[in-house]
Design a binder for this molecule. Structure first.
Ligand code: CP
Length: 316
């Protein structure tokens, strides 16, 4: 491993700009963080004295909570901002809002926003690193890291695996991050969904596109089911949720015909009974809650590496 690789003081905005070595460093540091999570006392002083601002301009359960828990596990303090009840209601701009929070001295900003590119804009205008916790339809890079970590944990490798990403590719920042992440580590990726959900420009990513779910997943090792983003459906992309489920929902009969060790992933939140049969989401092939657990380890690794920790340092 190259000793020069460092994420120190760098913003973490997308997956395209990461090297394979940087991704490997994040995953390896996340393994150390997972070991801390499994201790009786889940707290180390690694980031004592640091403050992390959690600025979520869009709803979140898993990402916000896991960043908060990760920071606390490393003994950092957190300040939490949500627009509801803030002075944005009086017309304060995004940048003025962020700059006001920065004036209180946090060392790093974790930011989610409904507009693609908002974390890039903010990072160019403030002096501390920004971690993208999901921007519009563009990127969700920490989700991609936890997806890689979970697959490697379950399969022992990424290289050579076949990964299908199924569903609402059009609106999915997870798909746009996962495709780069899995390809950089040597997996082959394919997109599956109705034509209305797979934009024409996706072919430039060099990813095969399938419209038939059964054909697409017959030989895969990993299936990433995407949530139908009901809140972003400005147009009519499919006739009804029932029709979508009939054509693209993962059902038990289909699952039984796949590789015996196939794993089913989903970034959450689930639309129960739409993307999969409910019992599949809770069944033996599902690693959905492992993804949530691993989100804490991966986000702790990132906070640690950006705020000065080095790969391989003993985390006591
Ligand atoms: N996967 C994910 O981003 O979940 P949340 O929206 O709950 O953070």
């Amino acid at each position: 491993m190259n000793k020069q690789i460092s994420l120190m003081n760098r913003s973490f905005l997308d997956v395209e700009s990461l090297s394979r070595e940087e991704i490997e460093m994040i995953l390896s540091t996340a393994s150390s963080m997972k070991e801390v999570m499994n201790r009786d006392i889940k707290k180390v002083p690694a980031l004592r004295g640091k403050t992390i601002a959690l600025m979520f301009f869009e709803a979140s359960t898993r990402t916000r909570t896991s960043f908060d828990l990760a920071a606390k596990m490393l003994s950092a303090d957190t300040i939490s901002f949500t627009p509801a009840g803030s002075s944005m209601a009086k017309g304060e701009t995004l940048l003025d809002t962020v700059k006001s929070i920065i004036s209180m001295g946090p060392d790093l900003v974790v930011m989610r926003h409904a507009s693609s590119g908002a974390p890039y804009f903010v990072s160019k205008n403030i002096s501390v690193p920004v971690v993208n916790a999901g921007d519009g339809m563009h990127q969700h890079p920490t989700q991609a890291m936890l997806d890689l970590f979970t697959v490697r944990e379950k399969k022992g490798r990424i290289e050579g695996l076949k990964v299908a990403i199924v569903g609402d590719i059009l609106h999915s920042r997870v798909a746009r991050s996962d495709v780069f992440a899995f390809k950089k580590l040597g997996a082959s990726v394919r997109f599956v969904g109705p034509p209305t959900f797979i934009p024409e420009q996706m072919k430039y990513l060099g990813v095969p596109i399938y419209y038939d779910l059964r054909k697409a997943i017959a030989d895969v090792d990993v299936i990433i089911m995407l949530r139908i983003q009901l809140e972003r459906q400005g147009a009519c992309f499919f006739p009804s949720l029932r029709e979508y489920y009939n054509l693209y929902g993962l059902k038990k009969e289909l699952l039984d015909s796949l590789k015996k060790d196939v794993i089913i992933m989903h970034p959450g939140p689930l639309n129960r009974g739409v993307e999969t049969d409910p019992e599949i989401a809770d069944g033996e092939h599902s690693v959905i809650l492992d993804q949530v657990t691993n989100g804490v380890a991966v986000r702790a690794a990132l906070l640690y590496l950006i705020l000065g920790g080095k790969q391989g340092d003993v985390i006591n």
